[in-house]
Design a protein around this ligand. Structure first.
Ligand code: ADP
Length: 322
């Protein structure tokens, strides 16, 4: 039939074909299917690998572009944050100097100039000038490779120096001050300018929070805790912190003030944490708020702590939180 070119379809129905030559398909059907399947699998694998390679290259290119954008953004953010920090830290002593200079001018003008008070104000201007220069020196030190200068720091002395700096603000706003400073407080190891900055920030915030409230009482406590830390709390009778803002106040750039920068508390937290301590805020007993920080004791001391008699109103010393 093959020789004469007779196709199977032309055979009458019911015909039977004998001695048929099996075709390659009939003979090697399984092998052909296997080889075809293998080729298909291989082709799809190669296709997938080529696609993968192109995809990886695209992703790598995108990642490189994103990386360079991020580096640029990061540089800008760091520069922005740094300038905000410098502006914030230097602004406070500058504002203090302007206020004191105005006061000195007032005391020197008029028919009976009060030279003594003008001298006081000028001395405070000199102190604030030194503080501003310390702050700048400290910010420069932050970017030097060598470790920052740390030494034993007497926190009670720092608290008193800050109260000296804000003395005018306290008087001007009729704020009463209560001090409960622990006696024989052991020193902490730290950077004096930075820790003074923390206390000053917290005190300035307390003063600002009390601008529209009565009575105005600023209460500062310090003590040694059983966990070998020194504890400082700064309490005010001001507007208090909205509970919904409690989680945000230590974040950079968070502020509820019209002219605030929202850097003070975030700087305080980073300084305290870089000294191995912790800082937190809570609502005041009846009103206002309490900011407290704890720092590890630098030098072991055997002296026990008891509250000093510095409290002019005889308020009892609070229990120091464990
Ligand atoms: P700024 O003073 O520039 O706003 P801060 O970081 O010092 O920045 O403070 C952030 C926010 O925390 C303030 O805007 C205020 O809402 C809140 N805050 C800080 N201290 C007090 C305080 N003593 N009483 C009430 N709210 C406070």
């Amino acid at each position: 039939m093959q020789r004469w070119g007779i196709s199977e379809s032309r055979l009458p129905p019911g015909s039977t074909i004998y001695f048929r030559d099996p075709s390659a398909w009939d003979q090697y059907k399984a092998q052909i299917l296997a080889v075809t399947a293998a080729i298909l699998v291989q082709a799809s694998l190669i296709g997938w690998l080529v696609h993968e390679r192109q995809y990886r290259r695209r992703v790598e290119r995108a990642a490189r572009e994103t990386m360079s954008e991020l580096t640029q953004l990061n540089r800008m953010a760091t520069a922005g944050e740094l300038s905000a920090t410098i502006a914030h830290e230097v602004n406070q002593p500058l504002m203090g100097m302007v206020t004191r200079a105005n006061a000195a001018l007032r005391w020197l003008s008029g028919e009976n100039p009060n030279v003594g008070r003008a001298q006081d104000a000028l001395n405070q201007i000199v102190a604030a000038g030194h503080r501003a220069s310390d702050v700048v020196a400290n910010i420069r030190a932050m970017f030097r490779k060598d470790a920052q200068e740390k030494a034993p720091v007497d926190l009670n002395k720092l608290i008193r120096s800050v109260l000296g700096l804000v003395y005018m603000d306290l008087r001007k706003r009729s704020i009463e001050t209560e001090l409960h400073l622990g006696e024989h407080l052991p020193p902490v190891i730290g950077n004096e300018v930075q820790l003074q900055q923390v206390i000053l920030n917290l005190v300035m915030n307390a003063i600002e929070a009390m601008s529209a409230t009565e009575p105005r009482v600023l209460s500062i406590k310090s003590a040694r805790t059983v966990q070998k830390t020194v504890y400082v709390s700064i309490e005010d009778t001001g507007s208090g912190i909205d509970p919904s803002n409690m989680d945000s106040i230590f974040k950079p750039l968070f502020t509820t003030k019209a002219r605030g920068m929202g850097m003070g508390l975030s700087i305080c937290r980073s300084i305290i944490e870089s000294h191995g301590g912790r800082i937190c805020a809570s609502a005041g007993a009846s009103r206002g708020s309490i900011f407290q920080f704890e720092l590890p004791v630098g030098v072991p001391s055997t002296n026990s702590t008891s509250p000093s008699a510095a409290n002019a109103r005889g308020v009892a010393q609070d229990a120091i939180p464990a």
